[in-house]
Design a protein around this ligand. Structure first.
Ligand code: F3S
Ligand code: F3S
Length: 110
């Protein structure tokens, strides 16, 4: 099981979640961040700190964002399992579904 980052992170990327994760499994793409489904240990520390409430336990993912489970998984087709986000840094790509979205969350005031 894993936690999943959904639509409210897209074009926001607050990154508060990254500081909370004890296993450094939250990776940065171009427009959003992604939780590695195999590296996440389900501690849940990231979920309450996200200001846009973008993070969900996979069983609690709202239906409208159900494809974000697949998106978080597919992001790692290229990267594999590096074992830590800090060492690989920000990536210059996104899952295709997210890459094709129009601008999101433009009303968010950081
Ligand atoms: Fe995104 Fe929320 Fe983390 S906006 S980067 S999931 S703190
Ligand atoms: Fe990290 Fe959140 Fe999983 S803090 S271990 S990504 S539940």
């Amino acid at each position: 099981m894993t936690y999943v980052i959904a639509q409210p992170c897209v074009d926001v990327k607050d990154r508060a979640c990254v500081d909370e994760c004890p296993v450094d499994c939250i990776y940065e793409g171009r427009r959003t961040l992604y939780i590695h489904p195999e590296e996440c240990v389900d501690c849940g520390a990231c979920e309450p700190v996200c200001p846009t409430e973008a993070i969900f336990y996979e069983d609690d993912l709202p239906q409208e964002w159900s494809d974000y489970y697949r998106a978080n998984e597919d992001f790692f087709t290229k990267l594999g399992s590096p074992g830590g986000a800090a060492q690989v840094g920000a990536q210059d790509y996104d899952d295709d579904m997210i890459a094709k979205l129009p601008p999101q969350n433009q009303d968010y005031q950081g």
